[in-house]
Ligand binder design. Structure first.
Ligand code: FDP
Length: 339
């Protein structure tokens, strides 16, 4: 039997060694893990409690909000505020930033999160997840936190990660010293270190993309995907296609097995203006930090995701993420055909 390391012990032992890891930072991470356990309980009970299904309202991205999205949002928001370590938050589910009350509960960290990613999969019992990004406060303590605090580039992240609610629940995160994965043990009620120092393969043979949008992609992206279907021993093609449609689950599988996840901009809605779908602050940036820490790469096609200076709170970006060489090949196609 290997050494049993709980998430609590791991965070205390390891993270305290890093300059930005104060007790408060570690405690904040614990509150995120606690929020995940509460959300997981809600996800598991959903069918029984009759909360599955759309609530009928639209979120600010014009997508149908499902009840679990709201529950997950409220759980994360409440726990972050009660932790006393957060100044402000941005969530996929609300249009404006959430500012912590100006009392003993206001801290110095910023948390951007997608409370329940892949929500169109909820009704089918497919894996979904929570994604989070932790930043330092950008504005001085003396002023009210503002959008500027949440709208920082990915390079400023202190930690990021995700939780998968799947066949088992996993908590995967980085604080800039590699990527650690914990699996929840329901018999003892805690996360145990199961994936130490995750490294993603340099090159993988899986590609994940919604090919239903193919006609609406740029020439570079179309040609790249086509090239993955050809037989080429050197490139190890044809690749295998794997697409769940749940970003966290698709990303996690590719992180472990190697490959590339793509959500390019497309002209489905406007033939003259390609539009991306995924959000920079609480989807692309946190996963980009994880993948870079695991040896992989995240790009919008021309530049690293984490170098993008945000211009909007709910900004969307094209996302190409996964094994380093796969992402570089894709970038080469974009350079050759789209620029
Ligand atoms: P969903 O719309 O179900 O919430 O971020 C949204 C997201 O899922 C990602 O989890 C997923 O990768 C992507 O959208 C799926 O989009 P398509 O249905 O357009 O393929």
């Amino acid at each position: 039997m290997g050494e049993i390391i709980t998430i609590h012990r791991h965070m205390l032992d390891t993270e305290q060694k890093y300059p930005h890891a104060t007790g408060k930072f570690t405690a904040l991470l614990h509150h995120i893990a606690l929020a995940a356990r509460i959300v997981a309980a809600e996800v598991r009970r959903a069918g029984l409690a009759g909360v599955i299904g759309t609530s009928g309202s639209l979120n600010i991205q014009d997508e149908e909000v499902q009840k679990l999205d709201i529950l997950a949002h409220e759980t994360v928001e409440k726990l972050m505020i009660e932790s006393g370590y957060v100044a402000a938050m941005a969530s996929e589910e609300v249009p404006d930033i959430i500012v912590a009350p100006d009392d003993h509960r206001r801290g110095n960290y910023i948390v951007n999160f997608d409370p329940l990613d892949g929500s169109s999969n909820i009704d089918a019992n497919v894996s979904i997840g929570t994604i989070f990004s932790i930043l330092p406060r950008a504005t001085p303590k003396e002023v009210e936190p503002s959008e500027a605090d949440c709208m920082q580039s990915g390079r400023k992240q202190l930690a990021s990660g995700y939780v998968i609610y799947g066949s088992s629940m996993m908590f995967v995160y980085t604080t800039g010293a590699g990527v650690q994965g914990f699996t929840y043990d329901p018999t003892i009620g805690t996360f145990l270190l199961s994936h130490k120092n995750i490294r993603t393969p340099e090159y993988g043979k899986i590609y994940s993309v919604n090919t239903g949008n193919k006609k609406f992609w740029s020439e570079g992206v179309r040609n790249y995907i086509e090239s993955l279907h050809d037989k080429d021993e050197e490139r190890q093609t044809p690749f295998s296609s794997r697409y769940i449609g749940s970003l966290v689950a698709d990303f996690h599988r590719n992180l472990l097995y190697g490959g590339i996840f793509l959500y390019p901009a497309d002209t489905k809605k406007d033939p003259n203006k390609p539009k991306p779908k995924l959000r920079l602050l609480y989807e692309a940036n946190p996963l980009a930090y994880v993948v870079e820490q695991a040896g992989g790469k995240a790009s919008d096609g021309t530049r690293p995701i984490m170098d993008i200076e945000p211009t909007e709170l709910h900004q969307r970006v094209p996302l190409f993420i996964g094994s380093r060489k796969n992402v570089e090949e894709l970038e080469e196609y974009i350079r050759r055909y789209d620029t």
